[in-house]
Design a protein around this ligand. Structure first.
Ligand code: SF4
Length: 378
């Protein structure tokens, strides 16, 4: 696994706000976008030079909807990254994108400036579900977007789905899975719906207009996904992520393996191996800080050795390979079996973890109760 750094760039513009979204994003306005890109270029240029973080092998544009920017704007941002950092020739360069908003010409433009991976926010292939969560695309547009990206030469495509939508039934979920696997993308991410307190979707549930689904249905959906993905040859390499062998998200793996990553833009969060930091979520505050030559960082948390070793356990437990206990002891001087003897016995007896060749692995049952497992090591 690479220990080179990644770069995350946040683009906070969307065509409209989906009814469950809690990301830092707002409506696209061309003047605001121009100002934002200029600020992003400044923030990249001012990044401190830290040897450990100069070599970069992944760049990830997230949001928001990064493809609201023009190809020229995205090219300028990529160029700034290349100027500032030592970006590997074979770096993974990803953008998130929304189906129904991109032409073949735009996909070709993305390829021509260096993007080699695209991650589509499909969320569902059921038009009624898409309408309920106020996505701007329909199922046909989702399928078409994947085909257009292929036509433009993308050989590494990911799609995101959401499980556990209100009113969702196991049968509609299974149809979603069939549609997803029929597209034969290299990567699939599936997130369980989580609603923040002001989400319009939550208000509709509270008013009784929509019915939240039962937890046991969500668990059945997760197991259906795990089994179908395996049947279609995908590796379940992280709790919420599946990939064809060799197509694991290099960028996202950095989050789970303790590798460093730079972060630029509104709400972007970075890590240098010692400190985690995050920028303000407010675009106007962000612009003001950067334009005045000040840092947009709102929070910094320095990790001590104990934080790092406990993080290493619960982040790596997310991964198929789990925690290599010998490597953990060498790196942190902590004998996991001795330190967490009581917790390990309890989790093993509950069937939530397994020990395989001196590796601590989360079990099939543990995957649906992952937060309970992680809590034991916090
Ligand atoms: S497209 Fe993504 S970032 Fe934009 S509003 Fe919808 S969920 Fe949020």
């Amino acid at each position: 696994m690479s220990d080179q750094a990644g770069i995350y760039l946040h683009i906070p513009f969307c065509a409209s706000r989906c009814h469950y979204c809690n990301f830092a994003t707002g409506g696209y306005e061309s003047e605001l976008a121009k100002r934002y890109v200029a600020a992003l270029l400044c923030e990249i240029e001012r990044a401190g030079k830290s040897d450990a973080m100069c070599k970069v092998d992944s760049i990830y544009f997230g949001g928001g909807t990064p493809t609201t920017l023009s190809i020229e704007q995205l090219a300028a941002i990529l160029d700034a990254c290349h100027q500032k950092f030592d970006v590997a020739a074979e770096a993974e360069i990803t953008t998130e994108a929304n189906p129904g908003t991109i032409s073949l010409e735009y996909f070709q433009g993305l390829r021509s400036i260096g993007f080699n991976r695209i991650s589509f926010g499909v969320q569902s292939f059921d038009n009624a579900e898409l309408k309920m969560i106020d996505r701007v695309h329909n199922a046909q547009e989702a399928r078409a977007a994947v085909h257009l990206a292929r036509q433009a030469g993308f050989k590494n495509i990911s799609i995101d789905l959401i499980a556990g939508l209100p009113e969702q039934q196991i049968t509609t979920w299974q149809r979603n899975l069939q549609e997803a696997f029929a597209l034969d993308t290299e990567h699939l991410s599936v997130y369980l719906l989580e609603l923040y307190k002001d989400a319009p979707l939550l208000h509709r549930i509270e008013r009784g207009e929509l019915r939240a689904i039962d937890e046991d249905v969500t668990v059945a959906m997760y197991y259906a996904l795990v089994d179908e993905a395996a049947r279609h040859g995908y590796e379940h390499y992280e709790l919420s992520n599946w990939a064809r062998p060799g197509f694991e998200s290099r960028h996202n793996l950095k989050y789970w393996t303790g590798a460093p990553y730079w972060a630029f833009g509104v709400s972007a969060a970075g890590y240098d191996g010692e400190t985690r930091w995050s920028n303000t979520r407010n675009i106007h505050e962000y612009l003001q800080c950067v334009e005045n030559g000040e840092s947009p960082v709102q929070e910094r948390i320095a990790l001590d050795d104990e934080d790092k070793q406990s993080e290493a356990i619960f982040l790596k437990l997310r991964l198929q390979d789990g925690v290599d206990l010998q490597t953990h002891q060498t790196r942190f001087g902590v004998d996991v079996k001795a330190r967490y003897a009581e917790e390990l016995t309890r989790l093993r007896e509950a069937g939530l973890i397994e020990m395989q060749n001196d590796r601590l692995i989360i079990s099939r049952a543990g995957k649906v109760l992952a937060n309970e497992v992680f809590q034991a090591f916090v």
